[in-house]
Design a protein around this ligand. Sequence first.
Ligand code: HEC
Ligand code: HEC
Ligand code: HEC
Length: 419
Amino acid sequence: MVVTKLGMEAGMKLSRGRVVAAVAAVLIVGGWAVWHPSIAPVEGRAAFPPEQIARGAELAAVGDCGVCHTTDGSRPYASGRGVPTPFGVVYATNITSDPDTGIGKWSEAAFRRAMRDGIDREGRHLYPVLPYPHFTRATDQDIAAMYAFLMTRAPVHADAPPNQLPFPLNQRVVLAGWNLLYLSPGPWRADPAHDADWNRGAYLVEAIGHCGACHTPRNVLGAEKGGQALSGGEAENWYAPPLQAASPAREAWTVDSLATYLHTGFDAHHGAAAGPMTAVTDELAKVPAADVRAMAVYLASMMPNPAPVSVVVHDGANPVFAGACGGCHGVDAPMTRSGAPSLALSTAVNAPTPRGVIQVILRGLPWREGQAAPYMPSFASALTDGQVADLAAYLRSTYSDKPAWSDLPAEVAKIRGAS
Ligand code: HEC
Ligand code: HEC
Ligand code: HEC
């Protein structure tokens, strides 16, 4: 069982006893109301207005449908991607219009039920890896647009591999209990205390963008903790920083810097989106600027407003840093001279956990052919665990005034072991 991956609360250790007790509780609670009717299949192809399909495509980008449901660009939405969770691997299914292996036989009502209640056309529970606890907040109109978009994707015949989950979690009926405990179905309600832009942004972040799936801490049963929305979480062993008052960002996030970061994956005052966030910003690049800006308005309203700090730029007294990193991050490096932010501005360097820094050293930032995206090589094979731990300690003491991280060698070993 992969205990360290997506969705684990920072630093939490899952004891087997706790899991078994919790699962037993869920089974008991879930003992009733587990049956849901099958929704009749639809035959043939419906036609949809082009504007509705286009809007559906934008919403699908906000909702990252393609991040999980596309593994091979030549067969979009036919998936088969295994999504790691602390409990095991759940495979994203085929959501093309193929009638046998996709959702070609699903009516709009069946699709809406999957998005709102996490129940498939035949009445079976879906795992909340599909972020339906967020999608449930989507409006009927937006769900209809996403349906129109997916039903007009080319059918691809492809079955997803079977999930790898231990008993009793492989019994979908346990999800009835999970839903009773953690799902509050129904669309988003606007907050009249705020203007239309803020509400639009809140809706896109909370409902369709499901940003909390990574940025909110989760409990032992993998549900986002109530009352701690966007207070910092984890994704595939990366640190997903708080996006509200607790943000450790060195320089305040503003509407402009958030909009730029979300739309382009890079902002000159904060740096580049790394790890699982790269796929999110790649998708948001396809979303209209006004929608991304509304999301930024909402997030900025929750961010702290620290006094500006003067960032001291040091140069490497550490030989490993000078050799491996200085060519790009050094004071005189061309990258620094042409305006790349100092490592002192990286949220990862200023975060309570070293996970983001260790991950970025081990994995770097992906090379994207034909795009002017920031690139950093992976140092996984060039550096030993000891060197990575040393470098992380060095970055922390040189570029941040926060206390030293503890247990660095253990963290490095854990992250390398899980990748
Ligand atoms: C974090 C990964 C992830 C994202 C993002 C995601 N899904 Fe999924 N989705 C899954 C997984 C995993 C399943 C299979 C769940 C299961 O087997 O219970 C699934 C199942 C589904 C199903 C049920 C299909 C079936 O055959 O039962 C639909 C419909 C669906 N997703 C639509 C969407 C749409 C629309 C979006 C974007 C708005 C989306 N998903 C975004 C992971 C994801
Ligand atoms: C699949 C997990 C995942 C999802 C979904 C996700 N994020 Fe992130 N996000 C991350 C991770 C991991 C980081 C840290 C990236 C890094 O170290 O560069 C991050 C970083 C960020 C940052 C930079 C914070 C800082 O202080 O440096 C912002 C802003 C952000 N995300 C906004 C969003 C928004 C808005 C959404 C929803 C539209 C979202 N994220 C959805 C995983 C995710
Ligand atoms: C080929 C150039 C290059 C090299 C070599 C390089 N980096 Fe980077 N690094 C980048 C770029 C580009 C970014 C993205 C811009 C940013 O976030 O500042 C980055 C970002 C980072 C970040 C911030 C990540 C985040 O999510 O906030 C850290 C930390 C980092 N690098 C550490 C290192 C360390 C340590 C080394 C040496 C082992 C190194 N880098 C070597 C190019 C490089």
